[in-house]
Design a protein around this ligand. Structure first.
Ligand code: ADP
Length: 265
C-alpha cells in the first residue's frame, strides 16, 4: 500500500516536473529564436541601410539625368529608376521596422532566488552531458539575496554558457564543469561557469562577445553577444578568463537590489 502510494506520487511528480521542464524548454527555445532574430535583424539593418540608401541615391541621380530627355525609352527608364529608388527605400523601412519589432521584447523583472535559477537552467543545459563524460559540480554561496531579473533571459545566458562549456570539453581528457556563486561585496553576486576545455585564445578573447564570432563549423556566434546584451541590460557584467586548469571561466556579475536599511540604534 504505502510503497505503491509513494510510487504513484513519485511518478506523478516526475510527470509534473517533466511537463514543467518541457514548458520551460519550449519557452526558452522560443525566446532564444526571438533573440537570435533580433540580433540578426539588428545587424542586418545596420549593414543594409547604407547600401540601400546608396542605391536610392544613384537611382534618383539617374532620374534627374534623364529628366531633359523626352523620348519614349528615356521616359520608360525614368519610371523604372523611380520605382527602383522607391523600392530600395521601402526595403530599408521594412528592415528597420523588423528590427524595432523584434528588439522591443518586453523584459519582465521579478525577484528570483539565484540558486533556483541556476538549478533550473542546469537541469536543461546538462541534458545528455553525463553520457559525454562530463562531471558537473554546483557550489552555492550560502544565504544569497534574491536578484531582480528577467528569469527566462538570465536562464538563457546560463544555459548558453553551460552548453558552450560542455561543447568545449568534447576533446578534453578531463571534463569538469563547475558552476558556483560568489558573493561579491554587498552589491553584486557573481555566477561562475568554469570548464576544463582548451580555454580561449588571446586572439579570440578580444572579439568573443561580438556577434557572428564563432569557431564552430555550424555555429552562429550569436550566443555570447546576446548574453552580454542581456547581462548589461540588467546592470551587470560578463567576462571570460583563463582558469587554473587552462579552461575558460565565464563570470557573470549581477547587482543585488539594495535592502531597506533598518534604522541603526
Ligand atoms: P557559437 O556557440 O554559436 O559559436 P557563442 O557566441 O556562444 O556562439 O560562442 C562564440 C565562440 O566562443 C565559440 O565558437 C567558441 O569558439 C568560443 N567559446 C565560447 N565558450 C567557450 C568555452 N567555454 N571554451 C572555449 N571557447 C569558448
Amino acid at each position: 500500500g504505502r510503497f505503491f502510494t509513494g510510487f504513484i506520487r513519485d511518478l506523478t511528480e516526475r510527470e509534473e516536473s517533466r511537463a514543467r521542464l518541457h514548458e520551460v524548454q519550449s519557452e526558452l527555445a522560443r525566446l532564444s529564436r526571438l533573440n537570435e532574430l533580433g540580433e540578426m535583424a539588428s545587424t542586418l539593418a545596420h549593414e543594409l541601410n547604407q547600401p540601400l540608401a546608396v542605391i536610392a541615391n544613384y537611382a534618383q541621380g539617374c532620374v534627374r539625368f534623364l529628366k531633359d530627355m523626352d523620348d519614349a525609352p528615356a521616359a520608360r527608364l525614368r519610371e523604372a529608376l523611380e520605382e527602383t529608388a522607391k523600392q530600395s527605400l521601402r526595403a530599408g523601412g521594412i528592415i528597420r521596422h523588423l528590427r524595432e519589432f523584434v528588439t522591443r521584447g518586453a523584459t519582465e523583472k521579478t525577484p528570483e532566488n539565484v540558486r533556483t535559477l541556476i538549478e533550473e537552467a542546469g537541469a536543461l543545459a546538462l541534458v545528455g552531458s553525463r553520457e559525454l563524460g562530463v562531471r558537473s559540480v554546483f557550489d552555492f554561496a550560502p544565504n544569497t539575496d534574491d536578484i531582480q531579473v528577467d528569469r527566462i533571459q538570465i536562464q538563457q545566458v546560463l544555459i548558453n554558457l553551460m552548453r558552450n562549456a560542455i561543447e568545449a570539453m568534447r576533446e578534453s581528457d578531463r571534463r569538469d564543469l563547475l558552476v558556483r556563486t560568489v558573493r561579491d561585496g554587498d552589491r553584486y553576486i557573481t555566477i561562475e561557469v568554469a570548464d576544463t576545455g582548451p580555454g580561449i585564445s588571446d586572439e579570440l578573447a578580444s572579439r568573443l562577445f561580438q556577434p557572428f564570432v564563432t569557431t564552430k563549423a555550424h555555429g552562429m556566434g550569436i550566443g555570447l553577444s546576446i548574453s552580454k546584451r542581456i547581462i548589461e541590460a540588467h546592470g551587470g557584467q560578463i567576462v571570460a578568463i583563463r582558469n587554473g586548469a587552462g579552461g575558460a571561466t565565464f563570470r557573470v556579475s549581477l547587482p543585488v537590489p539594495e535592502k531597506e536599511t533598518a534604522d541603526a540604534g
